[in-house]
Write a protein that binds this ligand. Structure first.
Ligand code: MG
Length: 244
């Protein structure tokens, strides 16, 4: 059963936040999303009140989301957990072999889907996103291509999201990112809360629940989370209530 209102954050929490659809809305092109001016100062106060136990967990690359949220400095998991900036600032990556595979997979998708107008095949270093937000009629073709390309690659997975299919190494997920952060200070020993809006966030919420915390689903749609907020505005209000 979903309860609507999540419990207030406390200083004992560790907080994991998705970016797109959770902290910001959507745009036709991912780089065009608007970051509300008050968001970064709020996140800085939340981070400080949590003793640094705040991480952004996103499908974007670390470099990309870091630029979007500058000058905020926090741990980040990018590319659905495949890359991670630890609390000490060190970057963990899955390595050059995975990057080479991602490049090959992106090339396959360009060959399969490159003729579709307004289709965005986003090649990130360790993952690929197939955005059909501006080409919704192509959904069946995108899903079929993902199935065909990934059927030969058991080490890779495709997860359907909101007008996108996210393709990433099967060993990583937002859940693996949460577990990795929770194994180290300042996250270890805290009660994890994962806030996200899309299918790939469910793994993060599942990990948070398994570690004694909970998930908060943003927006409509099925979820295993017990709590829900309606959209980025309610997420901002929820964070502000703790930070201010
Ligand atoms: Mg999202």
């Amino acid at each position: 059963m979903i309860e609507t209102i999540p419990p207030a954050l406390t200083g004992a929490n560790a907080l994991f936040l998705d970016f797109d659809g959770t902290l910001v809305g959507f745009a036709r092109i991912p780089r065009d999303v608007t970051v509300a001016p008050r968001l970064v100062p709020t996140l800085e106060r939340v981070r400080d009140r949590l003793g640094g136990a705040l991480a952004i967990v996103t499908g974007r690359e670390i470099a990309n989301v870091t630029e979007m949220l500058a000058p905020l400095v926090t741990p980040v998991a990018g590319s659905h957990g495949a890359e991670r900036r630890r609390p000490d600032g060190g970057i963990e990556t899955p390595g050059a072999d995975v990057a080479a595979e991602a490049a090959e997979i992106a090339a396959r998708f360009r060959a399969e889907l490159g003729d579709i107008d307004n289709m965005i095949i986003e090649h990130k270093v360790y993952s690929v996103a197939l955005h059909f937000r501006n080409a919704p009629a192509a959904e069946d073709r995108v899903r079929a291509a993902a199935h065909a390309v990934l059927s030969h690659r058991p080490d890779w997975e495709g997860t359907p999201g909101k007008l996108v299919v996210e393709v990433r190494p099967a060993a990583f997920s937002k859940g693996s990112a949460v577990r990795a952060f929770m194994a180290e200070p300042p996250f270890a020993g805290r009660v994890p809360v994962f806030v996200g809006d899309d299918v790939t966030d469910e793994a993060g919420m599942e990990a948070a629940a398994a570690l004694g915390g909970f998930g908060i689903k943003v927006g409509t749609g099925q979820t295993l989370a017990r709590y829900r907020l309606s959209g980025p505005d309610e997420v901002h209000a929820y964070l502000s209530a703790f930070a201010d």
